[in-house]
Each structure stands twice: as structure tokens, then as C-alpha cells.
Design a protein around this ligand. Structure first.
Ligand code: FAD
Length: 300
């Protein structure tokens, strides 16, 4: 029966694969197999894949750079669609970016062209689609500060929709695309500032130095585990709760930055999840603050 479905999918999407290990597509290097896996290079591919998912009633997960995810050891029992729409064009002080454009590549391309705005995103192994979804930010700039408009496919109607910045409903680490799983970002128009290329590159260098100094870059991770509460940074609460360096299996709360949980070597998703739950419980007990995970859980 399952082979039958795969053969039918393959007829329409010859490049679809099955049993692809998601650990090879996440920065955590953790995650079991995707039942089906398909990489899309343009919006037409995306719409075709979505039509089939609907037809065969397959749950869908949209994958960007996999840098904000904890994928279960069991994997994902449905269709994973990897967004590889990566065209990038510049005109005046605007960039027209496919959702799969890598954030580090974006920062450097803009710098080369004397465009400032995304220096903070150099060193982040995600895509612009993922950054819009979770309104990624660093060093005082938010993705939402730089978005003019978005084009997304609505999986319910399989039609393209345009969103102005206001219609994206951006807030702290959130957007309409996070609230409504039926919206898949295809491309973005980004508004930037003209600045001498040398200055933009200097900004990137300073931010990268800060990352190297403060973040545990020597082990796989998915960046910050929790959203910072408004009153106090999450790392401070976790440290004060006595959890710095706490290890479960091969997952560890980083001593260098307590809001990072790192994969020391072949860590299991269940071990990372156990640390997430422990940090939530202990911080709630000690300080009465409920930490909200920033990392998205997949397949649990
Ligand atoms: C070393 C490191 C440093 C980091 N530093 C920062 C930082 O400074 N600031 C920060 O905010 N984050 C940071 N992160 C977290 C993460 O990289 C960002 O949140 C990034 O924007 C996620 O993008 P992604 O493409 O990897 O998304 P993924 O992890 O692939 O997906 C995240 C979520 O977005 C959804 N999604 C992805 N693409 C689309 C799309 N096209 N349409 C609809 N939904 C989509 C997915 O379904 C999922 O729910 C860091 C991570 C690492 C590993």
C-alpha cells in the first residue's frame, strides 16, 4: 500500500524521495526519517507537491535551513517539503529574495552591493523564509524591520497571496506564518539602506566576532532554545536555576551560553527535549516565569 502511494507520488514528482534522514537537514544533526521528502526550487513545484499531499492526505512539514528545529528520533510521518527557492535579485535599495535564500549569503551579497540591514544575520545557518516565519532578530534589528512584502502560497486554496508588512502581523518571534500553518512563504521584498560596502562588511565582522565570543559554535545546536522573557534573558534564569552544564545523554545545557542546548555527539531528540522540560520546570519553580520554547518541535 505504502509503496503504491510512493510510486504514485513519484509519477508526478520524479525527484521525491522516501526515508530521508532529517538529521542531515537540521543544524542539530538530530532527527529520524521523513516518510517522503521533496525539495522545491520554485513556486510551481511547491504547488504541485501540495496538490499531491492534499490528494493523498499527507501531513506536510515545511523545512527551511533546519536551524530552529528539534526533530523527533522517529522522524516525520508525512511529506517534508524543503524550500530551495533561492533566487536573489537587487534593485535600488530593495532585494527580491526567494524564501530559501540562506541568511549568511544574503548578508554578504547585500554588503558587497553597499546595502545595509541584514548584517546581524551573517552566521545564522537558516533561510529568509524561516527568519520571516519566526521574526528572527539579533543585535537590535528584527526581520520585520526589513520586510516590505511577502508572497506566500495558501495551502487551503493552493493560490498565491501577497502580504504587506502590516498584514504579516509580526510580533516578538512571531508572525501570521507561524500562527497559520497553511501559509508557505515563497518570496520576500526586503527594504534596505544604502551604505558604503566597507562599512557594511565591518558591521558583519563585529557581529560575527560577538557570536564567536558568546555562543557555543563548536557543537551542533538550533540557536537559542527559549524566547527571552521581557524582564530578563532566558540564559540568566537557566544559569541561576543551577542548570549550566547539565547533561542528559549526549545533550547538554551549554556552559558558555545557557540558552543553548548543544549536541555533544549523536544526542537523541528525547534527551534535548528532557533538558527543555527540565529548564522550564526549574525556572518556573525558582522564579515563577514560564519559559516559552523558541525551537520548533517536529514529529513528537
Ligand atoms: C548557530 C545558530 C545561531 C542562531 N542565531 C539566531 C539569531 O541570532 N537570531 C534568531 O532569531 N535566530 C537565530 N537562530 C535560530 C534560527 O537560525 C533562525 O530562527 C532562522 O531564521 C530559522 O530559519 P530556518 O530556515 O532554519 O527555519 P527552519 O528551522 O527550517 O524552520 C523553522 C520554522 O519555520 C518554518 N518555515 C521555514 N521556512 C518556511 C517557509 N518558507 N514558509 C513557511 N514556514 C517556513 C518551519 O516550518 C518551522 O516551523 C540561530 C540558529 C543557530 C543554529
Amino acid at each position: 500500500m505504502e509503496n503504491n502511494v510512493f510510486e504514485k507520488l513519484k509519477k508526478q514528482l520524479p525527484e521525491i524521495q522516501k526515508g530521508v534522514l532529517l538529521k542531515n537537514y537540521t543544524t542539530y544533526r538530530i532527527g529520524g526519517p521523513a516518510k517522503y521528502f521533496f525539495a522545491v526550487k520554485n513556486k510551481e513545484d511547491l504547488i504541485s507537491a501540495m496538490k499531491l499531499a492534499k490528494k493523498f492526505k499527507l501531513p506536510v512539514f515545511i523545512l527551511g535551513g533546519g536551524s530552529n528545529l528539534l526533530v523527533s528520533d522517529k522522524g516525520f510521518s508525512g511529506l517534508v517539503v524543503k524550500i530551495n527557492i533561492s533566487d536573489l535579485n537587487l534593485k535600488g535599495n530593495k532585494a527580491f529574495a526567494g524564501a530559501g535564500v540562506n541568511l549568511t549569503k544574503l548578508a554578504y551579497t547585500l554588503a558587497e552591493n553597499g546595502l545595509s540591514g541584514f548584517e546581524w544575520s551573517a552566521g545564522i545557518p537558516g533561510t529568509i523564509g524561516g527568519a520571516i516565519h519566526g521574526n528572527a532578530h539579533a543585535f537590535g534589528t528584527k526581520t520585520s524591520d526589513l520586510v516590505e512584502s511577502i508572497e506566500a502560497v495558501d495551502l487551503k486554496t493552493l493560490k498565491l497571496k501577497k502580504f504587506t508588512n502590516a498584514q504579516c502581523q509580526f510580533s516578538l518571534k512571531n508572525s501570521i506564518f507561524k500562527k497559520n500553518k497553511n501559509l508557505v512563504i515563497v518570496s520576500a521584498v526586503l527594504k534596505l539602506k544604502k551604505e558604503p560596502a566597507e562599512q557594511v562588511k565591518k558591521n558583519i565582522k563585529e557581529f560575527l566576532e560577538h557570536r564567536r565570543e558568546k555562543h557555543p559554535m563548536n557543537f551542533p545546536s538550533a540557536g537559542s532554545t527559549f524566547v527571552n522573557p521581557s524582564s530578563v534573558p532566558a540564559w540568566y534564569l537557566i544559569k541561576k536555576a543551577g542548570l549550566s552544564g547539565k547533561r542528559i545523554g549526549n545533550a547538554q545545557i551549554s556552559e558558555k551560553h545557557c540558552n543553548f542546548i548543544v549536541n555533544l555527539q549523536n544526542a537523541k531528540a528525547k534527551d534535548v527535549l528532557a533538558l527543555i522540560n527540565l529548564a522550564k520546570k526549574k525556572v518556573k519553580k525558582d522564579f515563577g516565569i514560564l519559559l516559552e520554547p523558541e525551537i520548533q518541535l517536529v514529529g513528537f
